[in-house]
Design a protein around this ligand. Structure first.
Ligand code: PLP
Length: 408
């Protein structure tokens, strides 16, 4: 007998199950709209030209070796990463109240933040971490794993395929003081719906008044709009407003470094006389947490991102690559929308072009999603989320016409 006879079978990860089903499908016009990774117009993974260059620079550098990184990671990456998300002229950086740790991509950054908050954030018994409904599914598991209770704030209004503004604000107004609020900095996953700048200001006002703690997850900076500053606007606004906060930053999508697992966690201490001291103490604890879990982070993706971020010419090329990716996605949104309008597909489809980033919540129902998979070999998650990166000039008409047929 095994000591583990009572271990229940866990469900397979829905997204990875979807990928396996797509792979096994032999139909030649099959379409993968599930994948959370950028694809070029040939439906192929895309190595950013600037990443290729940075890769070559690093591979040909005789001074480099495979030694361990420090616990906090590659300093040239973490400092550039902080500047990227907070702005080069950030007063928080100048005041030395920012602590930055390299992590196992964005997932590791959310986890390190969750672990740190579970251990050190003073939270009376009944306070929760509020995540948007819906959110990136992993948020639930990560916070639960460290013992933080989860609550949800309404986010998506099905009737308008847009932001549930009354629901969101009412929920923040009623959250217990000191609750932690997980916010997607831009390109909300899975809905593609972001607050406007005016709405962000109102969210900040409520959160300040109700003493709520912001934890930003930024996995799409530059990838969403093509404009790095615009996609970091909300975070920079909150810091300008004097919030103390956490940031989980991923370089998976905006550098196309998915499997290299490059990312950073940042803690920004509230401004004030003791801020630098708080930052130092937090840093010392993050070092212990990191040491016990991963010892030190992986080196190669970090070197590539650091090479690009610290070289003005390469940085410019990166910005152009970001525009290539975001521009293709915007073009696919428009192509899908135009085709649906042309077909006079029942319903309104403005949300396809209004939403931003990798994903779009189509509003398709679960039976419609099932039909798309069974009859048209088009794969997407059952909540009707599609990855815009899975569309290209060759398949967008096929997809639009399939959507048209399943909604009629
Ligand atoms: N957070 C959000 C909202 C995401 O969508 C993702 C990736 O899909 C991540 C974090 C983390 O991804 P990674 O761990 O690959 O950086």
């Amino acid at each position: 007998a095994s000591a583990f006879d009572a271990v229940p079978m866990a469900p397979t990860d829905p997204l990875f199950g979807l990928m396996a089903a797509y792979k096994a499908d032999t139909f030649d016009k099959k379409v993968d709209l599930g994948v959370g990774a950028y694809r070029d117009d040939n439906a192929k993974p895309w190595i950013l030209p600037v990443v290729k260059k940075a890769d070559e620079i690093n591979r040909n550098d005789p001074s480099l070796n495979h030694e361990y990184l420090p616990i906090a990671g590659l300093a040239s990456l973490t400092s550039a990463a902080a500047k990227l998300v907070l702005g080069g002229d950030s007063s928080a950086i100048a005041d030395k109240r920012v602590v930055s740790f390299q992590t196992i991509s964005g997932t590791g950054a959310v986890h390190l933040g969750a672990l740190f908050l579970a251990k050190f954030y003073p939270r009376p018994e009944n306070q929760s971490v509020y995540v948007s409904n819906p959110t990136w599914a992993n948020h639930h598991q990560i916070f639960q794993n460290v013992g933080l209770p989860i609550a949800q704030y309404p986010y998506f209004a099905k009737d308008i395929c847009g932001l549930d503004w009354p629901g969101l604000t009412a929920s923040l107004e009623s959250a217990a003081p000191r609750s932690i609020i997980l916010l997607h900095a831009c390109a909300h996953n899975p809905t593609g719906v972001d607050p406007t700048q005016e709405q962000w200001k109102a969210i900040a006002e409520i959160m300040k008044r109700r003493q709520l703690f912001p934890f930003f997850d930024t996995a799409y900076q530059g990838f969403a709009s093509g404009d790095l500053a615009k996609d970091a606007w909300a975070i920079q606004y909150f810091i300008q407003e004097g919030f103390e906060l956490c940031i989980a930053q991923s370089f998976a999508k905006n550098f196309g470094l998915y499997g290299q697992r490059a990312g950073c966690f940042h803690f920004v201490a509230a401004p004030g006389a003791h801020a630098e001291d708080v930052a130092k103490r937090v840093s010392s604890q993050l070092a212990i947490l990191t040491r016990s879990e991963i010892s030190n982070p992986p080196i190669y993706g970090a070197r590539i991102a650091s090479t690009v971020l610290n070289d003005p010419a390469l940085f410019k090329e990166w910005e152009a690559d970001l525009c290539t990716m975001s521009g293709r996605i915007v073009a696919m949104r428009k192509a899908l929308f135009d085709k649906l309008v042309e077909l006079k597909t029942p319903g309104t489809w403005d949300h396809i072009t209004n939403q931003i980033g990798m994903f779009s919540f189509t509003g398709l129902s679960e039976p419609q999603v099932q039909k798309l998979r069974e009859e048209f070999h088009i794969y997407m998650t059952k909540n009707g989320r599609i990855s815009m990166a899975g569309l290209n000039t060759r398949n967008v008409e096929y997809v639009a016409s399939a959507f048209d047929q399943v909604v009629r």
